[in-house]
Design a binder for this molecule. Structure first.
Ligand code: ADP
Length: 479
């Protein structure tokens, strides 16, 4: 028997979106010169006009950050800095519904996820780092640690506020000031965060937010007044940034792409593993750098897993992200949708078998049904390249060693999943896997105390935990 759901739309009346935004520099909003539209990917509605920062705005933001660093922030005790971080965290919690609705309108992710995952985790990052601000000498990173100075931070569109929190909270806790650029598709929650900084009475210039596209990002990366770059985004842009900072004194952390293996051994609890597979690749429309986008199944259970997985995928509710029952929302942009379509088409032409869950996709907006490819080989592009969408590639193995070899046969190394009821097998496999984060009998779990980052082309450095603090301190991070 199949039950239907009545619509359960979240109200958008809690947010007030301005028709046009400027930049947040030196504690004030300053008007932009050129603008580009912010689009709701679920409806194609233009939500607002976002300013495009050029040389003058980036320079003003860097100067404001330097002044705040020299005059206020570097002179302030960790205890006082911590108070500001606690205040920001509490305000984010108080305004969490506003943030969640705005994030969903701007990004296309289901309200259930922005409400239950993105916003609470973003606040948790500020709480966690607030606690470190006056205890840095006990972090095991040396007793006289020093911040870098001004941090330039560039973030992607998949977890807009959460990625901001991952960047801003450790930078401020360790005594750095910040110039942050949100992704061009998702600037609105960063601009609301700027209001939170004002509300928390954060000293002017400690956080500066300039909006814009890759050209603005490049201006930040190449600005001589920046001491440290923290970037999350594509491996392609990560390589450009690594080249740009190589001849400079700038410290850099990069959190880049992934093509995670989710390995199911035959002794795994299959029904739980199905939930883990679904969460691993369909969470946030698969717009997740650590998504479990390669399912590596032991041959003896492959048929059972695929059959159960298809049945489960048929229950995924795709549609209006503002509906509280929606599981899979809109693809973030038309451009991303075209990329997903293009890579999926190579799966067909290279000989894999496509299956998509039957579902009615809305007429307006950008949508892609949850899809799996079976019969995938290691040579297929869909097994090698990051799709960044709700598309799963299924490979099989016979021996545990074959599973590890296939899992590691990738230029990436961000995350991996292991499903088995045997502790010894889990420990053995996790020692063989070349991935920064390994989940066992679960997937896509995040916590501010837990370092996150990659091997190989997935990046440099870690974010979160003590390891993440070191990236914002001189002499102890990845220089
Ligand atoms: P994606 O492919 O996920 O959109 P990108 O790496 O293109 O990821 O974008 C991530 C962030 O990097 C965005 O904020 C984007 O504006 C910025 N960006 C893009 N190109 C550059 C560049 N050449 N230098 C610095 N930042 C850039």
């Amino acid at each position: 028997m199949k039950f239907d759901y009545a619509p359960a739309p979240e109200s958008r009346s809690i947010v007030s979106i301005k028709p046009k935004y400027g930049h947040f520099i030196d504690g004030k909003f300053v008007a932009g010169r050129k603008h580009f539209p912010a689009i709701n990917p679920a409806t194609e509605e233009i939500l607002s006009q976002i300013a495009l920062a050029g040389v003058a705005e980036v320079d003003a933001a860097v100067k404001a950050a330097r002044k705040a660093y020299t005059i206020t922030w570097s002179k302030m005790s960790g205890r006082e800095r911590g108070k500001y971080l606690f205040r920001i965290a509490r305000i984010m919690q108080e305004r969490s519904r506003e943030f969640a609705v705005l994030e969903t309108l701007d990004n296309g992710k289901p309200i259930r996820e922005s409400r239950d995952v993105d916003i609470p985790l973003a606040a948790a990052h500020f709480f966690y780092h607030a606690g470190w601000a006056d205890k840095l000498e006990y972090a095991g990173l040396g007793t006289s640690t020093k911040p870098h100075g001004v941090a330039g931070q560039i973030i992607p569109w998949n977890f807009p506020l959460l990625m901001l929190a991952w960047k801003v909270a450790p930078a401020l806790a360790t005594g750095n000031t910040v110039v942050l650029k949100p992704a061009e598709n998702t600037s609105l929650t960063a601009l609301l965060f700027a209001e939170v900084c004002q509300q928390a009475e954060l000293p002017a210039g400690v956080v500066n937010i300039v909006t814009g596209n890759g050209s603005t990002g490049a201006l930040i990366v190449n600005h001589p007044g920046i001491d440290k770059i923290a970037f999350t985004g594509s491996t392609e842009v990560g390589k450009i940034i690594a080249r740009a900072v190589a001849p400079t004194q700038k410290s850099v952390t990069l959190e880049l792409g992934g093509k995670a293996a989710n390995i199911i051994f035959e002794d795994a609890a299959i029904d739980e593993a199905i939930e883990g597979i679904v969460n691993g690749v369909f969470f946030n429309q698969g717009h997740v750098c650590c998504a479990g986008s390669r399912l590596i199944l032991q041959e003896s259970v492959a048929d059972e897993v695929i059959e159960k997985l298809k049945r489960r995928m048929g229950l995924i509710r795709v549609g209006d992200p503002m509906d509280k029952n929606t599981d899979l929302g809109a693809i973030n942009s038309k451009e991303q949708l075209l990329k997903i379509r293009e890579l999926s088409a190579t799966g067909d032409t290279e000989g894999a078998q496509r299956w998509s869950a039957p579902c009615d996709l809305p007429k307006k907006g950008f949508w892609f049904a949850p899809t799996i490819f079976t019969g995938v080989t290691q040579a297929h592009r869909i097994a090698r390249e990051e799709i960044f969408g709700p598309v799963l590639s299924v490979l099989t193995f016979r021996t545990p060693q074959e599973a590890i070899d296939k899992a590691n046969n990738t230029p990436f190394g961000l995350s991996a999943g292991i499903w088995s009821e045997k502790g010894s097998r889990i420990l053995w496999a996790s020692q063989q896997l070349r991935a920064g984060v390994i989940w066992s009998n679960t997937f896509n779990k995040f916590d501010p105390t837990s370092p996150f980052g990659g091997y190989k082309e997935s990046g440099w450095g870690r974010e979160g935990g003590r390891h993440g603090l070191s990236a914002y301190l001189k002499g102890v991070g990845h220089e």
